[in-house]
Design a protein around this ligand. Structure first.
Ligand code: MIG
Length: 640
């Protein structure tokens, strides 16, 4: 039938089409490849563990089926459909948006509004409020796949503390566990884990352990035994527990779509919270599958045949992704809607794993905030946690992708988000890391993470520590503002990182800018994302005051007119732009951890022509008394 926008057909599966006018911009899709304007490519919602984010990939770890067609009028579209969905955004025909999926069994929400930002707010009201992490989660975190021994972890903290580089979080990747068993720790390295957690906390460091989706198949491992006994794992059609090989070898997947199993899995987090842990990241929850026993048998047969008849190619099934191999058709959930085959609800798995944790935290301590973020997600998961954008590479292109993705994630409610700064795969460089950090200081989740086997990229490994110190200290100086803006966005269904177009809807130039962002209400940023650049062109939609930071205290202010400017931004500096009649509060003393930052005595940078005001939000950072009027006050600056 006909909608305010487009056509729906249910003849052969589901198909929505609408015409795209030449000037229309298509926003949305959250965690997706390519530009901020999604036009000109094809994107697939099918949560996938693909660690090579080249420009051609269509499916990433998340499924965020919300888009906005913005033109003379703007319309928002949310396709609430839990399985594979294809968004052809002017790919087959440049003037057509086509959204298709296999079963015409979904809810389509059509949201009209006066502007794209108005539509975002309405959508966000519909899907519920965004997750709010504890304050320490706005500090800087160091991570690396490969830290294993107690000495590895202590060495990293020493590296930071000795060099006076601020740090709040240290991530535990899979090697902290006993044989990759969820909710266990390697007892040889950590004979007294709670003592280790406490010792780190004394040094101002929160440990953030990883939790993987698959539970190791091993008799005597209580979580395995209990899950099998209570039938809490996903099962095959014949009722046997489904086996998927992941890091621990054979695993079972907790059936997080079954409320009882979800509560049970969530309760396991208590093992670590009892040890003093307050922060987690959930991984491999697409769910990622290396192989299944079924498919290896089939694969072997296919390979043998291919060798015999000479049709072998390196693209044989063994190398394909779980979706292509059919793994997701092999197991079932017992959801509230009855028994359902995994492939039909595939995109809800990571969401419900993180929801399991979020719901458990409410039981563990309803008055406290926990840090939680996930790799896989679906719209709605933003109520329980944030996300990181998975395995990027140490490529300049991925710094730009990070910049462009931030506002799209915000549109979908994922405010607490960020990418692996410096790049996960491949070898980083000092220059790339510095430039990436200079952008990363503005992302709520600020984490340096890298893969096993790549060049070490803790910041103290590179020459001239001062440069890194200045950038990270600037983050800590900006924390009162970053936290205030985050909280205001979360509490009002707003966006923390916005495209310029959302603030300057009448400005045709601003609408096309994809490499500058508004961070909160007061500032615009224009990160450098090219090797050997000594500056860049910046478009100013209005007169602004540029503040160039050589360090938190060594600043230079210049008022710039509306229009295009070439701005010199040397490698070790950060520039930002204060909007007219706006204030940027700064904690000028910074701190080595969030705890040390003074959120009360602030220096107010401003660009006042007549009068600037700023509504400052602050709270204790750990409780949930968000609506307390004492959390808000107004700063005012007048030219007179
Ligand atoms: O198959 O735990 O995206 O951040 O370091 C790789 C090891 C599994 C993927 C995550 C990455 C993490 C890595 N994990």
């Amino acid at each position: 039938g006909s909608l305010p926008i487009g056509e729906v057909s249910t003849e052969d599966g589901f198909r929505f089409t609408c015409r795209l006018e030449k000037e229309d911009i298509v926003y949305g899709l959250g965690e997706a490849n390519r530009g901020l304007n999604k036009r000109g490519f094809r994107y697939v919602s099918s949560c996938t563990d693909d660690r090579m984010h080249t420009e051609t990939i269509q499916a990433m770890y998340a499924a965020h089926n919300f888009l906005i067609v913005a033109g003379r009028e703007s319309v928002g579209l949310f396709f609430d459909y839990p399985a594979r969905m294809v968004f052809d955004v002017g790919y087959t025909r440049m003037d057509t948006l086509a959204v298709t999926c296999q079963r015409a069994d979904l809810d389509l929400y059509v949201i009209t509004g006066e502007s794209p930002y108005d539509i975002v707010r309405q959508f966000r009201r519909l899907i519920g409020p965004s997750y709010i992490p504890p304050k320490f989660a706005f500090g800087f975190g160091q991570s690396r796949w490969g830290y294993k021994t107690r000495a590895d972890f202590c060495g990293v903290v020493d590296g930071y503390r000795k060099n006076h580089l601020p740090l709040d979080m240290l991530y535990l990747d899979i090697d902290y566990m006993d044989h990759y068993k969820d909710f266990t720790v390697n007892g040889e390295e950590f004979p007294d884990f709670p003592a280790f957690v406490a010792e780190m906390k004394d040094r101002g460091i929160y440990l953030v352990p990883i939790i993987d989706a698959g539970v190791k198949v091993e008799k005597g491992y209580n979580i395995y035994d209990e899950g099998v006994e209570k039938r809490y794992f996903c099962q095959r059609a014949d009722g046997s527990d489904f086996v998927a090989a992941v890091w621990p070898g054979d695993t079972h997947f907790p059936d997080v779509l079954n409320p009882e199993a979800r509560a049970w899995f969530g309760d396991q987090y208590r093992i670590l919270t009892d040890a003093g842990i307050e922060a987690f990241w959930n991984d491999m929850n697409e769910p990622s599958i290396f192989y299944t026993p079924e498919l290896t048998a089939q694969t072997r047969a296919q390979l043998e045949k291919a060798f015999q008849d000479g049709s072998y190619t390196p693209n044989m099934p063994a190398r394909k992704k779980p979706e292509a191999r059919g793994d997701y058709e092999l197991f079932y959930h017992r959801s509230i809607a009855g028994t359902v085959r995994h492939d039909q609800v595939h995109n809800l798995y990571g969401f419900n794993m993180t929801r399991a944790a979020g719901e458990a935290f409410e039981r563990i301590d309803p008055d406290r905030r926990f840090l939680m973020f996930s790799r896989s997600s679906y719209i709605g998961m933003h109520r329980y946690g944030g996300i990181w954008t998975g395995d990027n590479q140490s490529w300049w292109a991925h710094l730009l992708l990070n910049i462009r993705m931030m506002p799209s994630l915000n549109m979908c409610g994922f405010l607490y988000s960020g990418a692996d700064l410096g790049g996960f795969g491949a070898d980083t460089t000092r220059e790339l890391l510095l430039r990436w950090l200079a952008f990363g200081i503005f992302t709520p989740l600020m984490r340096n993470h890298s893969a096993l086997g790549t060049r070490r990229q803790e910041v103290y490994r590179f020459e001239n520590q001062d440069a890194f110190r200045h950038i990270i200290e600037l983050r800590y100086g900006l924390l009162p503002y970053i936290y205030s803006e985050y909280m205001k966005a979360a509490l009002s269904d707003g966006m923390y990182a916005r495209p310029l177009a959302f603030a300057y809807p009448e400005d045709e130039r601003a609408k096309r800018v994809e490499d500058q962002l508004l961070i909160g209400e007061s500032i615009m940023i224009a990160p450098v994302y090219e090797q050997n650049a000594v500056g860049r062109y910046v478009y100013l939609p209005e007169r602004m005051k540029m503040v160039r930071f050589r360090s938190l205290t060594d600043r230079e202010e210049t008022v710039l007119e509306q229009g295009d400017h070439y701005i010199g931004i040397p490698l070790e500096e950060v520039a930002l732009f204060i909007r007219p009649e706006h204030i940027l509060p700064l904690a000028e003393k910074g701190g080595q951890s969030v705890e040390e930052v003074d959120f009360e005595n602030l220096l107010l940078l401003d660009f006042t022509i007549e009068e600037s005001t700023y509504e400052y939000y602050t709270d204790d950072g750990y409780g949930k008394d968000f609506e307390n009027p004492a959390n808000r006050k107004v700063f005012r600056k007048s030219a007179k």
